[in-house]
Ligand binder design. Structure first.
Ligand code: 7PJ
Length: 263
């Protein structure tokens, strides 16, 4: 899954058309590099990021979804927690919703039930503005497994079949470095949910903490993390560096096809 952020600093129309062309070019490149899905985000969920209005998020995301669905034969996911944005994005052709709030916003659950598209349920402790202040768990893996199990059953009760659900432990969302490492080490335990596991670690600050590198210099660390995640059962990895990640996964796949080993 290639990450396509459409969070421009300029809100002028000029800036918007420029960023639409730039988004298309970036999408084309990620697809050529081997991405199977594109995840479009119109609101930054980084720690401390400012909130974006519904209208602004729709204005950022919808033209990009329309353009990509017209130009490419790709699965397009939209990274949003807002029911109005979900509706507008799916009307514009989006195939899937990726919600870092696991449909906990008022109306999100019924909206996705009605839309009938697949949805990724991600775990987050707290809210983006403050989530990194003092994350706490009794047992990070068990707590997050329990949360996702609960959200899956909430979705099923609301009328979303399991066949439309994906789960994600939410690396970096209300987690210390040790929490993130425990999740990565124990990722295989999430397979017990019996749902496709999506993982996003690309360029995140946990990799900065480990390597002492700035965000633009975390490619190798990101590829290593993606490979570890896939090796422990992740079915989709959400990444910035598609070509490099695909190469790494090709090495693993070639080995697995010929000699899966004992693991
Ligand atoms: C994730 C996401 C993630 C899913 C972001 C960033 C922050 N969606 N959206 N999983 N992260 N499903 O990329 O640094 O980990 S935004």
């Amino acid at each position: 899954m290639g990450i396509l952020n459409v969070t421009p600093d300029s809100f002028s129309d000029g800036g918007r058309y420029l960023s639409l062309d730039a988004a298309e070019q970036q999408a084309e490149r990620m697809l050529a590099d081997g991405a199977d899905l594109l995840d479009i985000g119109g609101e930054s969920t980084r720690p401390g990021a400012a909130a974006v209005s519904v209208d602004e998020e729709i204005a950022r995301v919808v033209p990009v979804v329309e353009r990509l669905k017209k130009r490419f034969d790709a699965v397009v996911s939209v990274d949003t927690s807002k029911p109005d944005v979900m509706r507008a994005a799916v009307a514009a052709g989006a195939d899937m919703i990726n919600d870092v709030m696991a449909l906990s916003a008022p109306g999100a659950l019924t909206t996705v039930t009605t839309l009938g598209v697949p949805v990724c349920l991600m775990h987050m402790q707290g809210e983006p503005r403050t989530m990194q202040q003092a994350p706490q768990y009794d047992d990070v893996v068990a707590d997050i497994l329990g949360y996702l199990e609960q959200r899956v059953s909430d979705c099923e009760r609301a009328g979303i079949p399991r066949s439309r659900l994906l789960v994600d432990p939410g690396f970096g969302f209300g987690k210390t470095l040790d929490h993130n490492l425990a999740l990565l080490a124990n990722l295989a335990r999430f397979q017990k949910l019996g749902l496709p596991l999506l993982v996003g670690i690309s360029r995140k600050s946990m990799l900065g903490a480990i390597t002492d590198r700035a965000v633009e210099d975390r490619m190798a660390a990101s590829v290593a993390a993606a490979l570890i995640a896939v090796e422990r059962g992740a079915r989709i990895v959400r990444v910035h560096d598609v070509a490099e990640t695909v190469d790494a996964l090709k090495v693993w796949s070639a080995m697995m096809a010929l000699a899966p080993g004992d693991g």
